[in-house]
Design a protein around this ligand. Structure first.
Ligand SMILES: C[S@@+](CC[C@H](N)C(=O)[O-])C[C@H]1O[C@@H](n2cnc3c(N)ncnc32)[C@H](O)[C@@H]1O
Length: 254
C-alpha cells in the first residue's frame, strides 16, 4: 500500500522567500535597475525620495538605490521576504529601509517623488477594485508632479511562453517543483510551488491576474494621473496589445 504524503498549504512567499533569489536567478536586477533609473532621470530629474511597493527580497532596491542620491524606502506584505531583504541590506551596508505594508492600503509619513511597483506585483491584485485602492493610496503618497512607475505582465505573456510551464530545482532552503497554468477565460495565472523541506512537503499557490493595457489605462483614469508613457518590455517603444510586459510611467497631476 502506498503511503499518502500530506502536503501542507502555506501562505505565498512564507517559505519560498528563503530560496526566492535562487529561483529567480535568471532575472537581471542590475539591468532592471538601470532601466528604472533612466526612466526617473528622463521624467523627473532630481527625484530623491523613492518608495518601492512589493519589493520582495529587495534585489531591485539594493541595485537601484546607489544609482542616484536616493532616499529609499521599500515595503512588502510578506514578513518572510522582508527578512531576507533586511539580511541582504545589512550585508551590503545599504541604507534602504524595509517595512511591512499592503500596497492596496498604505500611507506615508511624507509624500515622495517616486513610487515603484515592479515584477508582477500589480498582477497579484485580482480585482479591479484592488487596483483602484492601490492607485488611491499611491496618489496620496506622491507629491504633486511625482511619478508612479510600475509594470504589468499581460495576457500575451500568460498565453505565450509562461503558459503551462513546469520546472524543478533545488536551493539551499528547499527542493521545489513549479507548475504554472493559465486560464484564458478568467485570465487567471496560477503557479503552484511544491516545496520539500526536511522530508515535509508544502505548497504555495500564487494566483495572478493578467490585465490588458486598456484595462489598466481605464483604471488610471479613476485617479488624477497623467500617463507619460506605456513602454513595451524594458524599451522606449510604445506598448501594444501584443506586449508581454508593459512599463508604465504616470504622474500625479493634482
Ligand atoms: C513576484 S514578487 C516580486 C518581488 C520583487 N518586486 C522582485 O522584483 O523580485 C511579488 C511580490 O509582491 C508582494 N505582494 C503581493 N501582493 C502584495 C500586496 N497586496 N501588498 C504588498 N506586497 C504584495 C509579494 O509578497 C511579493 O514579494
Amino acid at each position: 500500500m502506498s503511503k499518502t504524503v500530506r502536503v501542507q498549504e502555506v501562505v505565498p512567499y512564507s517559505l519560498l522567500a528563503r530560496g526566492y533569489d535562487r529561483v529567480m536567478a535568471y532575472v537581471d536586477y542590475s539591468a532592471w535597475a538601470c532601466y528604472v533609473h533612466r526612466l526617473i532621470q528622463r521624467f523627473l530629474p532630481g527625484a530623491s525620495s523613492l518608495l518601492e511597493l512589493g519589493c520582495g527580497t529587495g534585489s531591485l532596491a539594493l541595485a537601484l538605490q546607489p544609482m542616484g542620491p536616493y532616499r529609499y524606502h521599500a515595503t512588502d506584505r510578506s514578513a518572510a521576504m522582508l527578512a531576507v531583504a533586511r539580511e541582504k541590506a545589512a550585508c551590503s551596508n545599504s541604507p534602504v529601509v524595509f517595512t511591512e505594508a499592503d500596497f492596496t492600503n498604505y500611507r506615508v509619513a511624507e509624500p515622495v517623488d517616486v513610487v515603484l511597483l515592479l515584477f508582477d506585483g500589480l498582477n497579484y491584485v485580482l480585482e479591479p477594485e484592488g487596483i483602484c485602492a492601490l492607485l488611491r493610496s499611491t496618489h496620496a503618497a506622491l507629491r504633486p508632479g511625482g511619478l508612479f512607475i510600475f509594470d504589468q505582465s499581460t495576457p500575451a505573456n500568460s498565453l505565450g511562453r509562461e503558459a503551462d510551464f513546469e520546472d524543478a530545482g533545488e536551493t539551499e532552503a528547499f527542493r521545489y517543483v513549479r507548475r504554472s497554468r493559465y486560464d484564458p477565460v478568467r485570465r487567471l495565472h496560477t503557479t503552484l510551488f511544491e516545496l520539500e523541506i526536511g522530508g515535509q512537503r508544502y505548497r504555495e499557490r500564487h494566483v495572478q491576474r493578467a490585465y490588458t493595457q486598456r484595462e489598466i489605462e481605464a483604471l488610471l483614469k479613476t485617479q488624477a494621473f497623467q500617463i507619460e508613457a506605456a513602454y513595451d518590455n524594458f524599451s522606449y517603444r510604445p506598448a501594444t496589445e501584443t506586449s508581454e510586459r508593459i512599463h508604465w510611467v504616470v504622474r500625479r497631476i493634482s
